[in-house]
Design a protein around this ligand. Structure first.
Ligand code: PEP
Ligand code: MN
Length: 265
């Protein structure tokens, strides 16, 4: 990574090129934790697009703490993401957990996500570094900034220059009130260390939908280039991460509140 330079990552989507970086408007990424069925993913895509999102997020392969929790619909969910992409024009961001799945995921995804639990999965980093789609690299839940940047370096060294860093909260000591501790101080620190664009995920960063709007607005005030927000049409029925998901109506209101904070959204 390069010091002291403004960088950008340009991603092509069905609706055109989207620029992530300090010189550009905040890019909104929204959608459910998991892709559950066609109706919910297409409806969510339409709603978040109408609110101003440029990307739909949604997991096909889910890294769950318990093997008995919903693991994602896998390959069939990739097909649903492709349908939502077609229906909405949004770019798609979805997580890859296994080197064996990189090729089929990068056929559908406009940005390939490496999740917190795989931030230092070096064979996965090498594999996504050797393909063409931009990579969203989430911070490991106890990763230092140097470890995170070196993980990004694996992708860059593999020949893929398009990495977006995503802060999603680190493991804190008071998990009664916050699933993770969202470390917004990474914004000025990373800005001074790297040219790579910075996304903030206040959904995983707090764990509760009530706290997402405050932290989303704080992230914009502190200079985030992009936000990732979990949105579900019926959070009470979500198969994963319902408690931290906004409804489409709440997402709408948040986008309006965010527009007055900083860079145009
Ligand atoms: C997710 O984005 O749904 C996810 C699993 O995130 P993280 O890797 O940050 O826990
Ligand atoms: Mn989630």
């Amino acid at each position: 990574y390069r010091h002291g330079e403004a960088g950008e990552v340009v991603v092509s989507t069905p609706d055109g090129a989207v620029h992530f970086g300090e010189q550009h408007p905040v890019v909104l990424v929204a959608g459910p934790c998991s892709v559950e069925n066609e109706e919910m993913i297409v409806e969510t895509a339409r709603r978040v697009k109408a609110a101003g999102a440029k990307f739909l997020r949604g997991g096909a392969y889910k890294p769950r703490t318990s093997p008995y929790s919903f693991q994602g619909h896998g390959e069939s969910a990739l097909g649903l993401l492709a349908a939502a992409r077609e229906a909405s024009g949004l770019g798609i961001i979805t997580e890859v957990m296994d080197t064996a799945d990189v090729d089929k995921i990068s056929e559908v995804a406009d940005v390939v996500q490496v999740g917190a639990r795989n931030m230092q999965n070096f064979s996965l980093l090498k594999k996504v570094g050797a393909q063409d789609k931009p990579v969203l690299l989430k911070r490991g839940m106890s990763a230092t900034i140097d470890e995170w940047l070196m993980a990004a370096e694996y992708v860059l060294a593999g020949g893929n220059p398009n990495v977006i860093l995503c802060e999603r909260g680190v493991r804190g000591f008071d998990r009664k009130y916050a699933r993770n501790t969202l470390d917004l101080s990474v914004l000025p620190v990373l800005r001074s260390l790297t040219h790579l664009p910075i996304m903030i995920d206040p959904s995983h960063g707090t764990g509760w939908f009530e706290y997402v709007p405050s932290m989303a607005k704080a992230a914009i005030a502190a200079g985030a280039d992009s936000l990732m927000i979990e949105v579900h049409p019926n959070p009470a029925k979500a198969l994963s991460d319902g408690p931290q998901s906004l409804t489409p109506d709440r997402f709408d209101s948040l986008v309006q509140e965010m527009a007055v904070i900083g860079k145009a959204v």
